[in-house]
Design a protein around this ligand. Structure first.
Ligand code: PEP
Ligand code: MN
Length: 338
């Protein structure tokens, strides 16, 4: 870390800071300028106490980090990209992975119709929430265990792998009993106890970016999963909250490119929550492929107008098929296969 001492600080107070740096386990290397001293503090910032507490000293102007706060999630810790294996499907490899299905599991008929349609169009993973994080307690909350059973039936009938959201710590074992990939939703992305419980389940985890999370916070949430022994982590950009009202959220494709640069973890994009408008989903998928995403998570419903949640952003099966077909040249231009 770099500790910047205020200009014209008397030498005894400079020495006091240097002593404090040593006491905290770092080797201080002072650089004494004409007016100001800067101390390079050598030590592993992830295993030593942070020197940021030195900001409490009046003679300290600022303390700057050199190392990143996330370690296991960083490119430095692993040079080759992580490929997550989920029930025989690889995420983060050469293939651009399509995950698709309804926002919520509503009935067996609805789920089966969607599963067959998305499979025919090229999806390999079926999404569908059995537990739904709804803003209002009066809105459809999901079918719970019954929904999980329907997802199992859909997997048995189609061979699609299953991704579904786990809302709370107490449901982790139950949901992990069905899911090939556990989805941690945007509203839970910094629920650290849930992250730890999902890490321990041993199932691959898809971690949405929280509504107002910085990329660093998102990667630190992923770090929780990795630090608690689960290397099979997929990041998912799903839009952040901004002042814009044309879209439900602002899909941050720059964050996808940054996450790919900073981390070895696979990154997928959810354009459905990302914009909240069915008419924009197709073009955003192209953008996602172009910036280097490893796949997509897209909401598809046999009849979006009758959906019990997120109808405005779900595609019907024909629109999804068209999306996939028109995506092919973009995926191959990005050096991936569909
Ligand atoms: C969803 O995928 O339907 C969902 C609720 O996602 P998010 O957590 O990104 O809002
Ligand atoms: Mn949804």
């Amino acid at each position: 870390m770099i500790v910047v001492i205020r200009p014209h600080t008397p030498p005894d107070q400079v020495e006091a800071v240097i002593r404090e740096i040593s006491a905290l386990g770092y080797t201080p290397n002072p650089i004494r300028g004409e007016y100001q001293t800067v101390v390079a503090a050598i030590g592993d910032e992830t295993t030593h106490a942070s020197l940021e507490s030195l900001n409490a000293l009046p003679q300290v102007e600022q303390v700057l980090r050199v190392q990143k706060r996330f370690k296991l999630a960083s490119r430095e810790s692993r040079r080759t990209p992580t490929v997550v294996h989920a029930g025989g499907v690889e995420i983060g490899g050469d293939k651009f992975v399509l995950m698709a299905g309804p926002c919520s599991v509503e009935s067996e008929e609805q789920l089966m119709a969607t599963a067959h349609a998305v499979k025919a169009a090229g999806a390999v993973i079926l999404r569908g929430g059995a537990y739904k994080p709804r803003t209002s307690p009066y809105e459809f909350q999901g079918l719970g265990p019954e929904g999980l059973r329907m997802l199992e039936t859909a997997r048995a009938e189609t061979g699609l792998r299953i991704i579904t959201e786990v809302l709370g710590e107490r449901d982790v074992d139950l949901v992990a009993g069905t899911a090939d990939i556990l989805q941690i939703g945007a509203r839970n992305a910094q629920n650290f106890q849930l992250l730890i419980a999902c890490a321990r389940s041993g199932k691959p985890v898809l971690l949405k970016r929280g509504l107002s999370m910085r990329v660093e916070e998102w990667l630190l949430a992923a770090e929780y999963l990795l630090a608690h022994g689960n290397p099979n982590v997929i990041l998912c950009e799903r839009g952040i909250r901004t002042f814009e009202t044309y879209t439900r959220n602002t899909l941050d494709l720059a964050a996808v490119a940054i996450a790919k640069q900073e981390s070895h973890l696979p990154v997928v994009v959810d354009p459905s929550q990302g914009c909240g408008r069915a008419d924009l989903v197709k073009v955003l998928c192209r953008g996602a492929a172009a910036v280097g995403a490893d796949g997509l998570l897209v909401e598809v419903h046999p009849n979006p107008a009758e959906a019990l949640s997120d109808g405005q952003q779900q595609l019907d099966p024909a629109a999804f098929e068209d999306l996939v077909e028109s995506l092919r040249p973009f995926v191959s231009a990005a050096g991936r296969t569909l």
